[in-house]
Design a protein around this ligand. Structure first.
Ligand code: NAP
Ligand code: FE
Length: 366
């Protein structure tokens, strides 16, 4: 008998021109905290669209860095408080979207961000509008926010039902200004969400439906990814598969690829999607031993003949970085130990142990 919960409280408004089309409905309150990175909200045209139709007041926090820090969310949370903001509009990649979610919590709770991980928070976060400008994280439809935690030398995800944005406006045209490297990094993040979700222990018939649709759609973009040329049709497919990936991991969480990737970002500075790409082939090889049919389904949907062909695709997409990642045995052991501490490992089929994670890391594509 099937048994599952399906919970997706975010209203998704998807398509060209949806922000301007929303008009005054874009506002969820009287005064918005608009949260962005340094340039992407402007470059993508999303901020202009928001400001063209947004009624009421707003203040802008435009200082979110890649892989946001605790200090940044404290500053944004204080700004929301001092300025009397009653909702948040997040524009950008996963970094501004995730940072905005934590700011929405800190705006109404007297708590240090590190304590959010231990004790949680009492007051419901301010309502959030999310407008993605990358096609990767799916953060516009998840209850997660990932921060860099220096004390723990890693990145850590917070989760809470009130971190689901109330509305996501998802428009492929905002991703047209993405440089090629960010397009590829983020595309592989989206693929890793879809694949890890489909292969997760917590996968259900409902999450699998979403993940499979997303994997098939992502597969249609492989020629564009290989050529490095993207028309709006390809941008549309990448962004929709990214949002589907978000919906999928909102139900299942991610698995060992993300657990290992966090160290590759924290210590080696790899962008999030590229960090995931490093281990994907070895992860599929490992999972094939316990779930051969499921891995076969992934490959079929991507129209790739084998796990090796999947690895070749990753190698081709990241050819410019070949030889750039040097990991000593000590480093690999450290990353494997750190990954073992995460819930992602128990969510991975085959329940890998340190030895298997070590082997997976050794099979690096970079
Ligand atoms: P990002 O760190 O948000 O952005 C990467 C770079 O792309 C930045 O330099 C950014 O510029 C630029 N950029 C973004 N949109 C652009 C556009 N349309 N045109 C030109 N440049 C653009 O990258 P991301 O991969 O989307 O997010 C990564 C973060 O999300 C990580 O911290 C990761 O752990 C997290 N994540 C969260 C979830 C979740 O469910 N919440 C899931 C997966 C990953 P600016 O600096 O100007 O913004
Ligand atoms: Fe991710």
């Amino acid at each position: 008998m099937n048994k599952f919960n399906y919970f997706m409280p975010t209203k998704v408004v998807y398509g060209s021109g949806v922000v301007r089309g929303a008009g005054a409905d874009l506002a969820l309150g009287r005064r918005a905290l608009i949260v962005t990175g340094k340039s992407s909200a402007r470059l993508s045209g999303a901020l202009d669209d928001v400001l063209a139709v947004l009624p009421g007041d707003h203040v802008i926090f435009d200082q979110v860095e890649n892989n946001p820090s605790v200090e940044t969310v404290i500053r944004g949370g204080m700004m929301a408080k001092d300025e009397g903001c009653d909702y948040v509009i997040a524009i950008g990649g996963g970094s501004p979207l995730d940072a905005a979610k934590v700011m929405a919590v800190l705006a109404v709770n007297e708590v240090h961000p590190l304590d959010l991980y231990q004790v949680g928070w009492k007051q419901q976060a301010l309502p959030i509008v999310a407008i993605p400008t990358t096609a990767g994280t799916g953060s516009e439809v998840t209850q997660y926010a990932v921060l860099t935690i220096e004390e723990a030398e890693t990145k850590k995800g917070l989760r809470g039902a009130d971190l689901f944005p109330q509305v996501a406006y998802v428009d492929p045209k905002y991703t047209e200004s993405l440089p090629l490297d960010v397009t590829i990094d983020t595309a592989v993040d989206a693929l890793s969400h879809l694949v890890e979700s489909y292969l997760a222990k917590r996968a259900s018939v409902a999450s699998e439906m979403v993940a499979l649709q997303g994997i098939a759609l992502w597969g249609t973009t492989i020629p564009s990814l290989r050529q490095g040329v993207f028309d709006l049709h390809a941008r549309d497919a990448l962004l929709l598969s990214s949002t589907l990936g978000g919906i999928a991991i909102a139900h299942t969480g991610t698995a060992l690829v993300h657990a290992l990737g966090y160290s590759l970002t924290y210590y080696d500075g790899l962008p999030h999607g590229r960090a995931n790409a490093v281990c994907m082939e070895a992860y599929l090889e490992f999972t094939r031993k316990v779930a051969p049919e499921k891995v076969e389904t992934v490959l079929e949907l991507l129209e790739l003949p084998s796990v090796e062909a999947f690895g070749e695709l990753m190698g081709e997409l990241f050819a410019d970085y070949k030889g750039s990642l040097q990991l000593s045995s000590d480093r690999i052991a450290h990353y494997a130990d750190k990954a073992m501490l995460t819930a992602n490992i128990t969510n991975s089929l085959g329940e890998p142990k340190v030895a298997e994670l070590t082997k997976i890391l050794k099979t690096s594509i970079l």
